[in-house]
Design a protein around this ligand. Structure first.
Ligand code: C2O
Length: 535
C-alpha cells in the first residue's frame, strides 16, 4: 500500500454560469474540485489550507475512518473547524474499501461548491468483479445558485421559511444546453465506438435527488457507495445527495451525439429546481451537430421509476466479496424522521421550520463531540437519545398532529463496541411527504428492508433480506414509509447521522452515535493529531 499526498488550498474563485459571474469558495480554484485517486488500503494525507474568510472542514464521505475518527471532518462533531489562515492534515487509510466515494465541505452550506470525487481503485493486480472498462470517468451532479448560497441559507434561517431553490442543476460543473444562456456549452463525454466505460456518478447536490439518463443507452450498475453490487441493467438511475453509483456504459450505438440528462426526483408537492442539466455523449470522430435526444425523462414525481431502481440493488455477495449481514441484533432502534414547527418570535410567521429524529432537533455543540468524548469534557452532550419515538403517530393517516413542536438538545446514542444495530427509520410525512437520504458516518450498513406506511415489527421483520441486501452509507427513507438497516458498531468514535438534504440537516435532522472503545489493542480510537484545529 502507498501513501498519497494531496494539497487542498481553499480559495475564492470567480466562476461564470448561467451568464453571470460570482465568487465561490473552491479547492485549488476548481469547480467541481480535484479528484483524489488512491488504491484499496492506501493511506491518504490531505493538507487543507484555509485561505478564505469562512471556517472550513472537509468530510471524506463514505471513508470508514477505522480508529481515525479525528479525520472524519464534520464541524463540531469530530473536529473544530479550520479557521481562516489555518491548516489541518487529514490522515486516513482506506482499509478494505474500493469504489467511488467523494469529499465535501462539512460546515454550513459550503459544500455547494466545495466537493469532489474520491476514487479508490482495487489493490494493484486485483481485477474488478466486472469486465475491465476501457476508460473511467467521474460524473459529478450538483446544483447551482446565481446568488451566494450562504446568503440563501442565512435568509431562510432568519425568516423561518424554506430557502430558495437552486437556479440549475449541473453535470461536472455545467448546466448544459437547455439554459436560456446559450453561450455556454455543457460537459462532453468522449467515447470510442465499441469501448466500455466506467462512469463514477456522484450526487453532490445540496437538496435534490436526481434521475440520470443517457439517450439510447443502457447502463449496468456495478457498485454503489463503494460496495460492489450484483450487476443489473437500467436506462435510468436515481441517486440521492450523498450517494454514488458506478455504471458500465457500452458505446455500442451508431456513431453520433447523444443527450445526457440529470433531472430532479421529488416525491412531494414542494418546490424544486425543475431545470434539467444536460451534457453530451460524443462518439469521437463523428461529425455533425445533431444530438439524439431522450425519448422520455421521468417526471419529477416518478416514484415507481425510483422504487424500481432501488429494489434492484443487491450486494454482490460473492465468495471474494461476501455480505456480512449481522444475523442477530443487540440494539434494536426505531427512529422517526420528521419536520416540525417551533416558535420563533422574530420570524415571518412567528414560527420556524425545524426537523427532528425521534422528535429531537439536534443542537450543534460549541466544541466537537469527539473531543468531548475522548477528553471526558462534561456538559457538551448527553447520551440519552431516545431509542424509540416519544409519541407514536399513525404515519399513514391524513390527520396532521396538532402539536408539531420538537425538543431540542445535543443528545447522542451510545453503542457498545462491536455490538450489532438494527435501525428502522420511519418517515412521518407530518408536514410534507418527502424522501430523506439518511447518511451514517463511520460505517457501511445493510439495507435489509423497506416499505410503505407504518413499519410493522411482526410482519415486516420476517421479510427482511439478511442474505444479499445492498450495503451502503446513504439510504433513502421513502416518503410516508420506512427503511431498515443493520450494521456492526466496530468503529470506536463519534459518528454523525443526518439527512443529506442539506436544508434538513440545517433544520436539525441529525444525531450522533458514540461507539465506545473495545478491549483489544486495535479496538480503540487513536489519540488526536497534534494539528487538530482548536475552537
Ligand atoms: Cu456527505 Cu455528513 O456527509
Amino acid at each position: 500500500a502507498m501513501v498519497r499526498h494531496y494539497k487542498f488550498n481553499v480559495v475564492v474563485k470567480n466562476v461564470t454560469r448561467l451568464c453571470s459571474t460570482k465568487p465561490i469558495v473552491t479547492v485549488n480554484g476548481k469547480f467541481p474540485g480535484p479528484t483524489i485517486y488512491a488504491r484499496e488500503d492506501d493511506t491518504v494525507l490531505v493538507k487543507v489550507v484555509n485561505h478564505v474568510k469562512y471556517n472550513v472542514s472537509i468530510h471524506w464521505h463514505g471513508v470508514r475512518q477505522l480508529r481515525t475518527g479525528w479525520a472524519d471532518g464534520p464541524a463540531y462533531i469530530t473536529q473544530c473547524p479550520i479557521q481562516p489562515g489555518q491548516a489541518f492534515v487529514y490522515n486516513f487509510t482506506l482499509t478494505g474499501q474500493r469504489g467511488t466515494l467523494w469529499w465535501h465541505a462539512h460546515i454550513l452550506w459550503l459544500r455547494s461548491t466545495v466537493h469532489g470525487a474520491l476514487v479508490i481503485l482495487p489493490k494493484l493486480g486485483v481485477p474488478y468483479p466486472f469486465p475491465k472498462p476501457h476508460t473511467e470517468k467521474v460524473i459529478i451532479l450538483s446544483e447551482w445558485w446565481k446568488s451566494d448560497t450562504e446568503a440563501v441559507i442565512n435568509e431562510a434561517l432568519k425568516s423561518g421559511l424554506a430557502p430558495n431553490v437552486s437556479d440549475a442543476h449541473t453535470i461536472n460543473g455545467h448546466p448544459g444546453s437547455v439554459q436560456n444562456c446559450a453561450s455556454q456549452g455543457g460537459y462532453e463525454l468522449q467515447v470510442q465506438p465499441g469501448n466500455t466505460y466506467l462512469l463514477r456518478i456522484i450526487n453532490a447536490a445540496l437538496n435534490e435527488e436526481l434521475f440520470f439518463k443517457i439517450a439510447g443507452h443502457q447502463l449496468t450498475v456495478v457498485e454503489v457507495d463503494a460496495v460492489y453490487t450484483k450487476p443489473f441493467k437500467t436506462d435510468t438511475i436515481v441517486i440521492a445527495p450523498g450517494q454514488t453509483t458506478s455504471v458500465l456504459l457500452k458505446a455500442n450505438r451508431a456513431a453520433g451525439k447523444y443527450l445526457v440528462a440529470a433531472t430532479p426526483f421529488m416525491d412531494s408537492p414542494i418546490a424544486v429546481d425543475n431545470v434539467t442539466a444536460t451534457a453530451t455523449l460524443h462518439y469521437t470522430g463523428s461529425l455533425g451537430s445533431t444530438i439524439t435526444t431522450l425519448t422520455s425523462l421521468p417526471p419529477k414525481n416518478a416514484t415507481p421509476v425510483a422504487t424500481n431502481f432501488t429494489d434492484s440493488l443487491r450486494s454482490l455477495n460473492s465468495k471474494k466479496y461476501p455480505a456480512r449481514v449481522p444475523q442477530k441484533v443487540d440494539h434494536s432502534l426505531f427512529f422517526t424522521i420528521s419536520l416540525g414547527v417551533n416558535p420563533c418570535p422574530t420570524c415571518v410567521n412567528g414560527s420556524k421550520v425545524v426537523a427532528a429524529i425521534n422528535n429531537v432537533t439536534f443542537v450543534m455543540p460549541k466544541v466537537s463531540l469527539l473531543q468531548a468524548h475522548f477528553f471526558n469534557i462534561s456538559g457538551v452532550f448527553i447520551d440519552d437519545f431516545p431509542g424509540k419515538p416519544p409519541v407514536v403517530y399513525d404515519f399513514t393517516g391524513t390527520q396532521q398532529p396538532t402539536n408539531l413542536r420538537t425538543n431540542r438538545g445535543t443528545r447522542v446514542y451510545r453503542l457498545a463496541y462491536n455490538s450489532t444495530v438494527q435501525l428502522v427509520l420511519q418517515d412521518t410525512g407530518m408536514i410534507t411527504p418527502e424522501n430523506h437520504p439518511l447518511h451514517l458516518h463511520g460505517f457501511n450498513f445493510f439495507v435489509v428492508g423497506r416499505g410503505q406506511g407504518n413499519f410493522n415489527p411482526k410482519k415486516d421483520t420476517k421479510k427482511f433480506n439478511l442474505v444479499d441486501p445492498v450495503e451502503r452509507n446513504t439510504v433513502g427513507v421513502p416518503s410516508g414509509g420506512w427503511t431498515a438497516i443493520r450494521f456492526r458498531a466496530d468503529n470506536p468514535g463519534v459518528w454523525f447521522m443526518h439527512c443529506h438534504l442539506e436544508i434538513h440537516t440545517t433544520w436539525g435532522l441529525k444525531m450522533a452515535f458514540v461507539v465506545d472503545n473495545g478491549k483489544g489493542p486495535n479496538e480503540s480510537l487513536l489519540p488526536p493529531p497534534s494539528d487538530l484545529p482548536k475552537c
